[in-house]
Design a protein around this ligand. Structure first.
Ligand SMILES: Cc1ncc(COP(=O)(O)O)c(C=O)c1O
Length: 447
C-alpha cells in the first residue's frame, strides 16, 4: 500500500515525501501503509482536542448541511447560530456578552483588533489606533497579523509592510536576566510597557494583544506570576483594551476553559480558534465583554467585520457539540491532570545536557533545547536540532511540533507538545519514552 505522497500539493519541504494519512481515530493517525502515529501535536497544533473520528460530529455536519449550510447574514439569523453564541458566552469568563465567529485564528485576532479600533472610534477616541504586542509572538499569518506579531523570520519577506506598531519584550522566565527575581523581572517588563505608551503619546494606543501562555512561537512559555495583572492595570490606566489571544490556549487546552482564567485577569476581548471546533470545521471566534459592546449597542452600531463564512450555521452546529463534549467528558479537568502527569514525567529528560527547560501549563507543554545548559546558549539555527528530534519521533510513531526562534526570534530550538485533551497516562508515557529515545540519538550526533 502506498504511504508516501508526491503531488502538486504545496508542501513545506520539497525534498521530502510525506506519509499519506488515510484516517484518524482517538489520538492516533494512520497512514496508507497502516502505520500508527500518536498525534502529540493535535494537528498543527492544539487543534484536534477531542481526537479524531467522532461519528456524532459527522452526523451533525450532515444534518446541518441538509438543513442550511450558509446564510445571507445581512438578512437572517438562525436558531442554531443564536443558541451556539449563547453557549459560547456562558462558556466564557464572567462579563462576556457578544460573539462573532469567523473561520481561522488569524481572522479572529484581526477581528478582535478591528473591534477594539471600532470601539474607540464609536466612543469618539478617533486618535487611538496603535496596537502593542510582544517580540517572539505569533498572532496569525495575514500581512497585518504578521506585522502585529513578533516573528522576524516570518516578517522578513514583507518588510515594506511591517513596523507600524511598537513591540515590547517577551516575558520568559527561563531567559530573564540572572540578577533579577521573578517579581523584579515583572517590574522591568511592566515599566517597559508603560514607558512605550508614554513615549508614543498615550492617547494614540488602542489595545494590547498577547497570549497568556505563548504557544508555538516560544514552545509554551507561561506568563510569569503577576505579569498579566500588571499589564492589565497599565492598559486600564491608559485606556487600552486588553485582548487575550486564546487561539491555542482556549477551550480547555491549559486546564481552564480559557488560558487567561489561570491568571487573575478578565480581558476585554478574547480571540479563539483551533480547539473551538476540535478541527472538525474551520471555526474561530471573537468574544467581547459587555463594557466593550455597550457603545455599539447604545449607538446601534454594528461590528464591521464581514466575512463570507462569518456566523456560519455549520460551524455553529459543530461548535455547540464541541462544548458539550468538552463538558461531558471533563476534558478541561483531564488537561490539568494529564498535563501535570506528562510534565512530571518529562522531567527525566533533564538528564540530557541539551534539555534546558521543560515548561508549560495543562496540555500545552514545551522543551527548550540548548547547546550549553549553564549559559542557556542556543544551538546555531542551521543545526535544526528540534526539527531533527521531530523527524526521529515521527519515525518512531509520535508527532511532535518542533519550532525555532524561542530565544530571540531567530535562535532557540523548542519542541511543543499539545496532545488531544482525551489523552491518558499510558499515552503520555509513550510520548516521554519516544522523546527520551530521540533526544538521546540527537545528543549522540550533536554534542
Ligand atoms: C496564538 C495564535 N494566534 C493566532 C494563530 C493563527 O491561527 P490560524 O492559523 O488558524 O489562522 C495561531 C496559529 O497557530 C496561534 O498560535
Amino acid at each position: 500500500m502506498r504511504s508516501l505522497i508526491r503531488s502538486a500539493v504545496v508542501c513545506p519541504d520539497y525534498s521530502k515525501n510525506y506519509p499519506a494519512i488515510s484516517y484518524g481515530k482517538g489520538i492516533y493517525l494512520y497512514d496508507e501503509s497502516g502505520k500508527e502515529y500518536l498525534d502529540a501535536s493535535s494537528g498543527s497544533c492544539a487543534v484536534s482536542n477531542l481526537g479524531y473520528g467522532i461519528t456524532e460530529i459527522a452526523d451533525i455536519i450532515r444534518e446541518q448541511s441538509l438543513k442550511v449550510s450558509v446564510l445571507p447574514t445581512h438578512a437572517f439569523s438562525s436558531r442554531v447560530v443564536a443558541d451556539y453564541f449563547d453557549t459560547l458566552v456562558d462558556f466564557a469568563p464572567p462579563g462576556f456578552e457578544k460573539v462573532w465567529t469567523v473561520t481561522s485564528g488569524t481572522e479572529a485576532v484581526e477581528s478582535a483588533i478591528k473591534l477594539a479600533l471600532q470601539y474607540h472610534r464609536i466612543k469618539g477616541d478617533e486618535k487611538r489606533y496603535k496596537v502593542i504586542s510582544r517580540n517572539t509572538s505569533y498572532h496569525g499569518n495575514s500581512v497585518f497579523m504578521l506585522d502585529i506579531g513578533g516573528m522576524p523570520i516570518r516578517k522578513r519577506i514583507y518588510s515594506q509592510w511591517m513596523n507600524h506598531f511598537p513591540h515590547i519584550s517577551a516575558a520568559n522566565i527561563y531567559r530573564k536576566p540572572a540578577d533579577l527575581s521573578e517579581a523584579g523581572y515583572v517590574d522591568m517588563l511592566a515599566s517597559e510597557f508603560e514607558q512605550t505608551i508614554l513615549e508614543g503619546n498615550p492617547d494614540t494606543f488602542a489595545a494590547l494583544v498577547l497570549e497568556p501562555v505563548v504557544g508555538a512561537a516560544m514552545g509554551s512559555v507561561p506568563a510569569p506570576a503577576g505579569y498579566l495583572e500588571r499589564m492589565y492595570e497599565i492598559c486600564k490606566r491608559y485606556g487600552l483594551l486588553f485582548i487575550s489571544d486564546e487561539v491555542m490556549t482556549g477551550f480547555g487546552r491549559i486546564g481552564t476553559r480559557f488560558g487567561i482564567e489561570k491568571f487573575n485577569v478578565i480581558p476585554d476581548i478574547i480571540a479563539a480558534g483551533k480547539g473551538i471546533s476540535g478541527g472538525y470545521f474551520p471555526l474561530s471566534a471573537v468574544m467581547a465583554s459587555k463594557a466593550v459592546m455597550e457603545p455599539f449597542v447604545q449607538q446601534n452600531n454594528f461590528f464591521l467585520g464581514g466575512h463570507t463564512y462569518a456566523c456560519n450555521p455549520l460551524g455553529a452546529a459543530v461548535g455547540q457539540f464541541v462544548i458539550s463534549y468538552i463538558k461531558k467528558n471533563n476534558l478541561v479537568q483531564n488537561a490539568n491532570i494529564q498535563g501535570d502527569y506528562l510534565k512530571e514525567r518529562m522531567k527525566r529528560l533533564y538528564k540530557y545536557d541539551i534539555v534546558g527547560d521543560i515548561r508549560g501549563e495543562g496540555l500545552l507543554l514545551g522543551i527548550e533545547l540548548v547547546e550549553d545548559k549553564a549559559t542557556k546558549k542556543p544551538f546555531p539555527p542551521e543545526m535544526n536540532i528540534a526539527k531533527r528530534v521531530g523527524e526521529l519521533a515521527l519515525a518512531e510513531g509520535v508527532v511532535l511540533y518542533p519550532g525555532k526562534g524561542s530565544c530571540d526570534g531567530f535562535t532557540g530550538d523548542h519542541i511543543l507538545l499539545s496532545p488531544p485533551l482525551i489523552i491518558n497516562e499510558e499515552q503520555c508515557n509513550m510520548i516521554v519514552d519516544v522523546l527520551d529515545l530521540c533526544i538521546e540519538k540527537v545528543v549522540g550526533v550533536a554534542v
